[in-house]
Write a protein that binds this ligand. Sequence first.
Ligand code: NDP
Length: 455
Amino acid sequence: MLADIGIFGLGTMGENLCLNLVEKGYKVSIYNRTEEKTRKFYEKNRSSAIIPTYNLKDFVESIKKPRKVILLIKAGDPVDEAINHLLKHVEKNDIIIDAGNSHFKDSDRRYSELKKVGVNFFGIGISGGVEGARKGLSIMAGGSKEAFDEIKEILEKISAKYNGEPCFSYFGEGGSGHFVKIIHNGIEYALIESISEIFFLLSKFFDHEKISEIFNEWNKSILSSFLLSATVNILRKKENGKFLIDYILDKAEQKGTGKWSVEISLETGIPAPAIAAAVFSRYISMMKESRVKYSKLYNLSKITNFSLDLEDIKKTLLVSILLSYIQGIYLLKGSSFYNYKINVSEALRIWRAGCIIRGEILNLLYKEYLNYEDILLSNNIKNILLESFQSFLKTLSFAFNNHLPFNVISANYNYFIMVINEKLPANLTQALRDYFGAHGYKRIDKEGYFHTEWY
Ligand code: NDP
């Protein structure tokens, strides 16, 4: 009997997605560039519902028509290589689904190229990590509209469920699904960094067990989220009686999706300083050897007495997380720049389960967005931000006074204080541009551009 679907790529995601599909009743054909991995996986998970294959011809021929092939491999050139190899074997109307973290512009290109040869292409963003692949993902699909019905049922079955509602959606043609996934990851960067900055502050005064308890308490409130609960577990984890976190090097790498979110911000002109700060925080973390040298030269270390209320810190995390999501929402709204028509409320809806950025604040934003597409105009959001603002300021000034890095949290402060300020110093910015470059400036009392001979 032929397979219902094929998985190309048996890395951590491919293996787990295969098991998830089998559990949902599908027969799955598998292929991996390195044969050994396929062999080992099959030996461990021997089942009549899995067909191991060791060349692409057998792989493709083992799948029912129209064939559905999910690529779960390293993004970039490997995806083009894999598609080129597959094209030698697939036929018209077959479906190639790239479920890796590809750039949406690559997915646009692949979509058009495959359309020309009659093959349907989907760029699908998936979130949920290894557990999601195994138990249920948040799925952001984009690609061939006419072929979506062919894969809909499969996506529904492997998706996470929020109160029984499947967390998958089709966002439009081309790379629109991967566009949504990139913004998801940008938000993820800012949330991770917000939690890390608060952890770093708390770690100056409390041990890991205590911080874990504090986060655990916060996790029962509106701050409840996958990332905070993951932090609770990480801080509890011991190895040979010692906290594992103390043995982890303070250098954080990245694979590119955060940077791509910032590129979207720069290209569209929609500000996302919290996401940019999170990306830069990782870059700065990578300068470990230099940091060690500079820290000896600029010895500013200073820790005053702990003069904060935990409630102030909690509210600071709340504000930083909320504003990080909000910047991501405005980025999603800018999808028309790339000729997409992303349904933002759908993105928020399907992020509520399965994905890495799921949490109560997101649930609130989903509800508020239904009434306020310009989300900062929501009364509920306004009340949270204003009610927490004094606490936010207290924590911020404490962190500054103690020379603690608050890159994302302070980026969120500046974003907030700027977007809610009717007047900004951009009048002087305009004047200076005109002074040295004769770029002209706009006035408040007359229409048009003006130039002044300043000297
Ligand atoms: P892994 O690093 O575990 O595995 C990488 C896979 O890519 C392997 O099967 C590898 O094959 C294959 N591969 C690499 N280069 C090539 C190539 N040139 N041609 C063919 N195959 C190649 O990756 P993951 O399973 O973690 O991730 C797979 C995709 O899913 C990536 O795009 C990733 O960004 C995305 N993703 C990952 C998530 C995660 O939490 N890990 C979450 C969401 C998306 P070989 O064994 O031969 O080296």
